[in-house]
Every structure is written in structure tokens, then in C-alpha cells.
Design a binder for this molecule. Sequence first.
Ligand SMILES: [Mg+2]
Length: 202
Amino acid sequence: MAIRRAELVRRARRVRAVVLDVDGVLTDAQLIYGPRGEALKSFSARDGFAIKLAQREGITVGLLSGRVAAPVRARARDLGIPPRLVVQGSGAKADDLRRLAARLGLDLAAVAFVGDDLPDLPALAIAGLAACPADAAAEVRERCHHVCVAPGGHGAVREVIALVLEAQGRWQGLVEAARSGTLRVGHSDRRRSKGDGRDDRA
Ligand SMILES: [Mg+2]
């Protein structure tokens, strides 16, 4: 479902929230098992920095995963993503994306979703901007408005955020601020957000 650049920019301009699948999007889809059977995940610091940039520019970032894993909570905490915007164990991603949008008071046209595999298709179908990493499943690639050049866990998220901020005329200013040493992006690493009391462990 490749769309013209002008249509892509039009969709990206409306985005106020970017919701990300985790495995295969924020990670390269590898699940590394530790000695006690716990799954370890690796994340891209560059994707993380782009998420901080998006938040600084007033774009909300949320996570929507079919699995449940402790590293996701830790990564969300490091990125300053509040627990109410972290959905794990989702069995119906379109419903959960709708719920997230409602929670933010946003129309789905203002929500971008990035996914990589079949369970993401329903959410991709309703998101204002549907994007996937370069190495997403073929069935997903053909249903997205934008297929990234970068693969999952290696810059795809940064690419989508840059696309959104660029369409909104804000990316170049950020690059220039970085060049001149005036770009300030808060690091909330290890910040223990109490959120609103909700918890995603249920
Ligand atoms: Mg996935």
C-alpha cells in the first residue's frame, strides 16, 4: 500500500502520538533467554533518543505489545513513557490502540502505529499513519503507508519519528540546535514514575 510522498507527509503532519509494537520494532525481534528462562531484549539508544526528541516536541509515545516482559517496563521507565501508555499482553491490538487514543483524547488519524508482524495488522489498518521496519513480515510491509529503510531494533523507530517531525517542520530546527550545541533533551533514566497507580502487570 505504498502511498505518494505528499500523502505520507499529509498523514505525518497530523500525528500527535506514536504507538510502538515492541518485539521486532523497538527490538530486532530476538528473545534471548537467561539462565532462569527470563527473556532479555536489546534496544537501540538512537531509537531511545528519538523518542525523547518526540516527547520534547509534544508528541506522545506509547508501547503496545502482545507479550509481557519486565524489560519493557524498565525501558519505558527509562524513556519516561508512563505506565498508562504501556500496554503489554495485548490480544487485540486494534482495540487497545483505540483505547490508547481515547485515553489521550486523540482521533486515530492523529495516531501513528509501528508494527512488524501479523498481530499488528488490525492496528495498522486503523492508524492515521501505519509504518513498519524494513524487515517486517511481507504481509505487513504491503499494508503500511511507510516501510522504513532501517530494520527493527536498529533505527526504524528513529526513522518514523524523524518522518513525523520533518513533516511538521520541526526536524531541521532540532538538527541545527544539535549542531550548535543548544539541543537539550531531558534524560529521565531510572526515573521511577508512579504514574496514575495503574499497572500493566495484571
Ligand atoms: Mg512485533
